[in-house]
Design a protein. Structure first.
Length: 248
């Protein structure tokens, strides 16, 4: 006599709820990082623009537009996955590769334009500009590394999505730096790496372990942060001065 096996009535709803929570988590993190960027740049850029008092160069408008476009792209991509539209996510991702390259190009350009402009306006000394240069160049190196790895692993979603999160965290460094001084490293790291900490905690709760991509990413971010202690040292200043002289 055949045995009729009846599945537990709550099993499928629980799995569906788990998938929904998983998708909602990444949308929430993307929105939180977007808010972090807006809050970080509000006093120096978004606030003055909103009040009509911003007097900076069009270059900074371009920079702001491109970088906020990246944040919008991130939110859109995780929202597409959350809605189950993975095919559209992949199509948008193809264009996203070109956009990521644009972010890198614009970021590198502004990395040099800003300190050179401050020197020309005599608001910074050459050494102040050279010291600052290490920060945005580090951001771009960090973003470029994570973004390039995300492209390499785009057919492995579990690795790809974590690398994209890390690439965006790299860009958020500048926003946090606008509000938290570098001489408060514990506070800075707590804010800057909060999205990564949340993602690692979520991995631990849902998977029972943290994905290796996050572990490696955390180490890389901590090493990259250490540049704030080198920016005023003679070894870097000599390099920074030479780079600015070649860009001027």
């Amino acid at each position: 006599m055949d045995t009729l096996v009846i599945p537990a009535s709550g099993a499928e709803p629980r799995r569906a709820a788990g998938r929904s929570a998983h998708r909602l988590f990444y949308v929430s993190v993307a929105l939180a990082m977007t808010a972090m960027v807006v809050i970080g740049f509000w006093p120096s850029y978004f606030g003055p623009v909103a009040r009509g008092t911003y007097a900076g160069s069009w270059v900074f408008h371009l920079h702001g537009l491109v970088f906020m476009g990246w944040m919008g792209l991130l939110v859109a991509q995780v929202a597409l996955v959350a809605a189950g539209r993975t095919r559209m996510h992949r199509r948008v991702g193809t264009a996203g590769i070109a956009y990521g390259v644009l972010v890198l190009i614009v970021g590198l350009g502004v990395s040099f334009y800003s300190p050179v402009m401050h020197i020309a306006n005599r608001t910074w000394t050459v050494d102040q500009a050279a010291a600052f240069l290490l920060l945005p160049l580090g951001d771009m190196a960090l973003f470029g590394g994570f973004f390039g790895a995300a492209i390499r692993y785009r057919r492995q979603p579990e690795i790809h999505k974590r690398l994209m999160l890390l690439a965006t965290i790299a860009l958020a460094f500048a926003a946090v730096f606008r509000r938290v001084p570098a001489d408060q490293p514990a506070t800075f790291l707590a804010i800057w790496l909060a999205p990564l900490a949340a993602a690692m905690a979520y991995d631990w709760r849902t998977r029972g372990r943290v994905h290796p991509t996050y572990v490696i990413g955390l180490v890389v971010c901590l090493v990259a942060f250490a540049r704030v202690f080198a920016m005023n040292r003679d070894a870097w200043l000599s390099i920074g001065r030479a780079l600015l002289a070649s860009a001027a």
